[in-house]
Structure formats: structure tokens, C-alpha cells
Design a protein. Structure first.
Length: 177
């Protein structure tokens, strides 16, 4: 693919709010290229600064007008694309004001997928596995202005207790938990 054609296609998707892609998604966008040409084009786009590679097989359109502090959540959703994911633990409790410290460089996410930690240029994404059912996850999370769902205050505290860390950071009396 030619650079101009790639930028045009990526701009088209960016206008619809899509600017974080898994390598498979990019492959579908540029389906006319041979595998070899596609691989070379992705390398070329990264070298030119048109695409960023914050994690293995994950790409961010560097010229996106949507990039911002929520980009890390988009990256998390792409990393565990076919799983249920929601912001919980310290990240959710911080949003609710239930802990005094604000995790600036870390996003804590509960997932039905594998646990794992990913260091990206946008911060660290920490996935913690949960065995909760899809219905339980939906019932105990809320849709906010975040790309990912957010655990309710009670669910975030319950998740934190289950994981068994930083429980002493929670201001239980101020929030009735």
C-alpha cells in the first residue's frame, strides 16, 4: 500500500472514532496487499511515524484527532478484544474517590481473558482475570464516558478484596463500604 492511500484509509476510520487497531484489523483494511507487501507497509508506516506500536500487534494511528488520555483504554480493549473487560481495582476506586492515590501510569482492568501486564507508551495496563459471568459483569459495571465499562464502587472494592492488595488504601467509612 502506498503511504498516501494508507493515510487516507486511516483518516476515514479515524473520522468514525477508530484509531487503535490490532494487526488483524489492519490486515482487513488493506486486504488487497499481499502478505509480504502488507508487512513491509506496516513497518514503513511505523518508521514514518504514521502508526505507533504501543504493544505487540497493536497499532495506534499517530495522526488521530481522537488520541488522548483514554487511548490506553482503547489499547486495553484491543489487547483483550474477544473478552469481557472493565475498569476496576485501583483505577475504578480512584475515579470514585475511594482511595487517596491516583494511579497515573497504570490502568487496572478485570478481564475474562488471561491476566497479564503490558508496558505501553501510554502507560501500564494490568489485566486481572475474573471468573465472573457476562451477566454478573454487566450487572456490576456501568457505562461511562470511558471506552471500557467501569465497575461499580462496590464491585471495584469486592474485586480489590479478592485480589488481596492495597485494601488499606480504601477510605471505607467515607463511602459506606
Amino acid at each position: 500500500m502506498k503511504v498516501d492511500a494508507a493515510i487516507s484509509k486511516l483518516d476515514e476510520f479515524d473520522n468514525k472514532g477508530f484509531y487503535v487497531f490490532h494487526k488483524r484489523d489492519l490486515r482487513r483494511l488493506f486486504f488487497k496487499d499481499t502478505d509480504t507487501a502488507f508487512k513491509q507497509s506496516v513497518v514503513r508506516l511505523v518508521k514514518r511515524g504514521i502508526l505507533e506500536r504501543p504493544a505487540k500487534s497493536v497499532y495506534v494511528y499517530a495522526r488521530s484527532k481522537h488520541k488522548g488520555y483514554r487511548t490506553i483504554e482503547k489499547i486495553a480493549s484491543v489487547l483483550r478484544k474477544y473478552e469481557y473487560n472493565y475498569i476496576s481495582l485501583e483505577s475504578a476506586l480512584s475515579e470514585y474517590g475511594a482511595i487517596s492515590q491516583i494511579p497515573i501510569d497504570r490502568l487496572t482492568v478485570m478481564t475474562t481473558g488471561r491476566k497479564g501486564t503490558f508496558k505501553t507508551s501510554y502507560g501500564i495496563i494490568e489485566f486481572t482475570h475474573t471468573k465472573r459471568t457476562a451477566i454478573s459483569i454487566i450487572d456490576n459495571t456501568v457505562k461511562t464516558d470511558h471506552p471500557l465499562r467501569m465497575a461499580t464502587l462496590e464491585a471495584a472494592f469486592r474485586d480489590l478484596k479478592r485480589v488481596g492488595r492495597n485494601i488499606d488504601m480504601v477510605d471505607r467509612h467515607a463511602f459506606g463500604i
